[in-house]
Design a protein around this ligand. Sequence first.
Ligand code: PGA
Length: 248
Amino acid sequence: MVVGNWKMNPQTLLEAKKLALAVKLSTRLMRKTQIVFCPPIVYVSPLAPVATNNFILGCQDAFYEPSGSFTGEVSVTQLHQFKVGFVIVGHSERRKKGETEETITKKVKATVAQGLTAIVCVGEDKRDASGEYLGHIKDQILSALKDTTKKYVDHIVIAYEPVWAVGGAKAMGSREVHEMAIFIRKVLRDLYGVAGDSIRILYGGAVNPTNAPEIISSGFIQGLLVGRESLKAKSFVDIIKSVDALPL
Ligand code: PGA
């Protein structure tokens, strides 16, 4: 799968529609790769008619309570009616703004309970020679999935995004991505047993059309989470093509 996280872009609905339609048109014959696009919340409703079974609407966040006095929040239940299939939870840019592990746990639980899929973002701020970052990733995963039982494995995706690569100039090398993917897979196995194998692991952080083929073919991952390059239709489509070209 390939997920496009548009963040707080583009500035107008017209541009948002153009971007979504351009990607949809160029990828309509691709059947192997699931494409998810996550526009700002304000564009979700007008873009709902553009979405299909394989070009799926996602959101960049959602609140866990179904309704109530929560100024500025939007609930998973509300998103459901606009054909939203995925919710990004715990993105590093939200964690930086104070999103806690406890909130992330609740958001994952609420998302899967509504039948949507949670794209749970994890990643270390920096790497240390003693490997403490591995414990950090494990803690983030276990905490996010703490209240989500095995029966929801098909509704969980883990996006591994080293914080230093997100918005940065350089993606992580495919060998390191591979190592992390093996580590994350083990954490998921220990948590859910063989059922954990159906959870998809994505890599995100400075993915572009040049590095995507290498990361996806040697990274032992099942997809990519793309930020900046998902705002350029041609780049995003090229990234999707490199994923779709892989043998199943
Ligand atoms: P980037 O962002 O591709 O612009 O580095 C990735 C992300 O935030 O998911």
